[in-house]
Design a protein around this ligand. Structure first.
Ligand SMILES: *Cc1c(COP(=O)(O)O)cnc(C)c1O
Length: 395
């Protein structure tokens, strides 16, 4: 291919490719080349989708569910999603407030497009999920990064939020439990944040994709449940990728006040149409077969919890490394600033010398840290953290 005759668009030139997917791709390429790689890069559960979900999808395929569906999703699934918000949080949701999209990532982008105009601002707390700032930029808006480090458990304070608000601010993007830190906001912390959101008439994009992946008996709180006012300002994003190990299915959800949900569905109708029709029947089984889903989730969480504790303890044994015990998701976010190398350099050399794949904190707007995913086997975690310790000893 030769150079295109005219330059690519500012969107195309301005976008940063996903660094987490890049690390994962590099690790997989090394593995394919026969290298013994310990991959801590994965952003997905290492469990397979439960069989009963696959079977529901196969049955739908065989029954001819291979055509276009309504843009916001098949009505059975939208109804089941609305009902589960009632059962989980006591939220009264109508099916018309639900949009099923091709992935939680896409749901987030829909929410940004529905609330932010070009030139407006969205507040993105860091460490952030890599896609938020890029999505805001793709909407022509400006991401305003507010950094929360380990001294506040990677959670922003209401004062920090207040200080970042300008007359152009439209949206706050919050992600609890968090990717990359695993931090979980408490209910009082969330209430204080929501009070600032309401005071300034902002929208809140609450990305709750890890809502079920939570430890130590903690409870997830959805800000939409706090008050009628909060509900009217909150767009709740979740999906099937993380709780049901369905990353490849590409199914996300969005629940919002009816006018916002309608706007999101209309945007989706022009960019992607409905999420894959037969896949939605698999998701429907995941919601309907509650007992089977609970069992599969409990199995996964038992493994994640064991690995979380082990990895946390081992990391804190390494001189120069300190790591908070995350309470959600499947990541730890150790601090490696004491070694005096950039996190990007640290990760590049770690992969080269010890064949350990980790994502640099800089990718999440937090220099001096690493993201380690423990959604991988106990054996790989044990081997990988030993190699990491050896590597740190050489710095
Ligand atoms: C994985 C993830 C999502 C959604 O992923 P999809 O596979 O697109 O459903 C959304 N937000 C965060 C923070 C995630 O880690």
């Amino acid at each position: 291919m030769s150079t295109p005759p005219s330059p690519l668009s500012s969107w195309a030139r301005g976008i940063a490719p996903s660094p987490t997917l890049a690390v994962d791709a590099k690790a997989k390429a090394l593995i394919a080349a026969g290298e013994d790689v310990c991959g801590f890069g994965a952003g997905e559960p290492d469990f397979d989708t439960p069989d009963f979900i696959k079977e529901a999808c196969i049955a739908a395929l065989k029954a001819g569910k291979t055509k276009y569906a309504p843009t916001p999703g098949i009505i059975e699934l939208r109804t089941a999603i609305a009902e589960r918000y009632g059962a989980d949080y006591g939220l009264k949701v109508a099916p018309t407030q639900v949009v099923v999209s091709p992935g939680g990532k896409f749901s987030c982008y829909l929410a940004v497009l529905a609330t932010c105009s070009p030139g407006e601002e969205a507040i993105v707390p860091a460490p952030f999920w890599v896609s938020y700032p890029e999505m805001v930029k793709l909407a022509g808006a400006l991401p305003r990064i507010v950094l929360a480090d380990d001294s506040t458990g990677f959670k922003i304070t209401p004062a920090q939020l207040e200080a970042a608000i300008t007359p152009k601010t439209r949206l706050l993007i919050l992600n609890s439990p968090s990717n990359p830190t695993g931090a979980v906001y408490t209910r009082p912390e969330l209430e204080a944040i929501v009070a600032v959101v309401l005071k300034h008439n902002l929208y809140l994009l609450s990305d709750e994709i890890y809502e079920y992946l939570i430890y130590d008996g903690l409870k997830h709180h959805s800000p939409a449940t706090f008050s009628k006012e909060a509900e009217a300002r909150t767009i709740v994003v979740s999906g099937f990728s993380k709780p049901y190990s369905m990353t490849g299915w590409r199914l996300g959800t969005l629940v919002a006040p009816a006018p916002i949900a309608k706007a999101c569905a209309e945007i989706q109708s022009q960019i992607s149409s409905n999420a894959t029709t037969f896949a939605q029947y698999g998701a429907l089984a995941a919601l309907r077969e509650k007992e089977k889903s609970r069992e599969a989730l409990a199995r996964m969480m038992t493994a994640f919890d064991r690995r979380r504790r082990f990895l946390h303890a081992e990391l804190n044994r390494i001189p120069g490394v300190s790591c908070l015990l995350a309470q959600g998701a499947f990541y730890l976010f150790p601090k490696v600033a004491s070694f005096g190398v950039s996190s990007e350099d640290f990760c590049a050399r770690l992969l080269e010398k010890e064949k350990v794949a980790a994502v640099p904190g800089s990718a999440f707007g937090a220099e001096g840290f690493l993201r380690l995913s423990y959604a991988t086997s106990d054996e790989i975690i044990a081997k990988g953290v030993a190699r990491l310790a050896r590597f740190c000893g050489t710095l």
